[in-house]
Design a protein around this ligand. Structure first.
Ligand SMILES: Nc1ncnc2c1ncn2[C@@H]1O[C@H](COP(=O)(O)OP(=O)(O)OP(=O)(O)O)[C@@H](O)[C@H]1O
Ligand SMILES: [Mg+2]
Length: 340
């Protein structure tokens, strides 16, 4: 449904020298620097998939989405959305997609939300039944009527985002590109937004590409993850596989008798080189160990041998920890499928 092949976007930026004289000399000499915002990335997303597009600030996510939505033309390589090259067929592409850029409004600044919707209804020739069904949903989940007839430019960020999200789904697009769609939304609305897109996916098979720095959005919506770092893809696969790439594992346990918690923790560190042991606020002991040098069998074997365990569990590696490792270059750049 969404394919990128060696997709590249370079920006040429005029170098500025500091100070007034510097600015003047910039005008005269024009030195340029090239930023490789997207550096030859390749991936393929299935129809009906829900993928998180993950990367640190400046990783090239918004630039990629601008190319996929036809707003920008690639420097080289190409992409296909629903079988068409978006920047060559902007109109055709626009019918098939829904777009939210949290940083930039897609709505008409001087029009009210109801007026904007009426225009979108015309532009997309949305059938009455679809329009009514969707509007009813937005009334229920986004309280869209409460936005009244205020021009979009006078809405608060959260109010505008509710309108943006509704507008992106109004015509039942085949694909939605949501770039930071939940900024400014409170918890209740975040949940409503997640429900809306998950419903569209379940009922209509809508393909979803989402960027968000809110990892709970990602966990609530996406099954797949595409991680970019330095303009390149470092993970393409499921979220579960991404979590599995954590290079540290943890075990938390309770025990009866024997040494007190602090001594027990010291004993664990002494017996399991590379592991760290801490006492949790509940008085349990948490052991973190590198998966590369210790197996869970070794760790559990050691604990069973030393302590009379009364409870023991392995907390799931969390997305935040895994991503922190990837951004710091700490996790091997294993790839699952995809191109160069
Ligand atoms: N119009 C532009 N002109 C020049 N450089 C740009 C332009 N747009 C983006 N860049 C640069 O390209 C790189 C990628 O930017 P992009 O906005 O795609 O990042 P991002 O992954 O969306 O980041 P964020 O998480 O902060 O939204 C950055 O170094 C940015 O400064
Ligand atoms: Mg961005």
């Amino acid at each position: 449904m969404i394919v990128a092949e060696g997709l590249t976007k370079d920006f040429r930026i005029a170098e500025r020298r500091p100070g007034l004289l510097g600015s003047l000399s910039t005008l005269l000499t024009r030195e340029y620097r090239t930023v490789h915002a997207v550096d030859g990335i390749s991936f393929a997303l299935r129809a009906g998939s829900k993928t998180a597009y993950i990367g640190a600030n400046g990783a090239g996510k918004s630039t990629t989405i601008k190319m996929l939505t036809g707003i920008m033309t690639p420097t080289s390589g190409r992409c296909l959305v629903n079988g068409v090259e978006p920047y060559r067929h902007r109109r055709e592409n626009a019918r098939a997609i829904g777009v939210v850029f949290g940083q930039r409004s897609q709505l008409w600044w001087d029009l009210s939300v109801p007026d904007s919707f009426r225009i979108l209804r015309r532009i997309y020739a949305i059938p009455d039944a679809v329009y009514e069904r969707n509007l009813a949903l937005y009334r229920e989940l986004l309280d869209i009527d409460a936005l009244g007839t205020t021009p979009v430019r006078q809405l608060s960020l959260g109010q505008r985002m509710r309108a943006e999200i509704a507008a992106s789904l109004l015509h039942d697009p085949k694909v939605v590109f949501w770039d930071e769609p939940t900024i400014g939304l409170d918890m209740v609305l975040k949940e409503a937004v997640r429900e809306l897109v998950n419903r569209a996916n379940a009922e209509l098979g809508t393909t979803v590409l989402l960027t968000s720095h809110d990892l709970s959005d990602i966990a609530a919506i996406c099954d797949d993850a595409l991680v970019v770092d330095g303009g390149r893809v470092v993970h393409e696969g499921t979220l579960t596989e991404l979590l599995g790439r954590a290079d540290r594992r943890s075990v938390v346990f309770d025990h009866r008798g024997g040494p007190g918690p602090l001594d027990a923790a010291r004993g664990v560190e002494a017996g399991l080189p590379g592991a760290t042991a801490t006492v949790t606020p509940e008085g349990r002991i948490r052991v973190d160990y590198p998966a590369a040098s210790l197996t869970s069998r070794q760790v559990l074997g050691f604990l069973l041998d030393r302590f009379e365990l009364t409870d023991c569990y392995a907390p799931e590696p969390d997305l935040e920890t895994v991503l922190r490792q990837i951004y710091r270059g700490g996790v091997p750049a294993a790839r699952n499928g995809g191109g160069a």
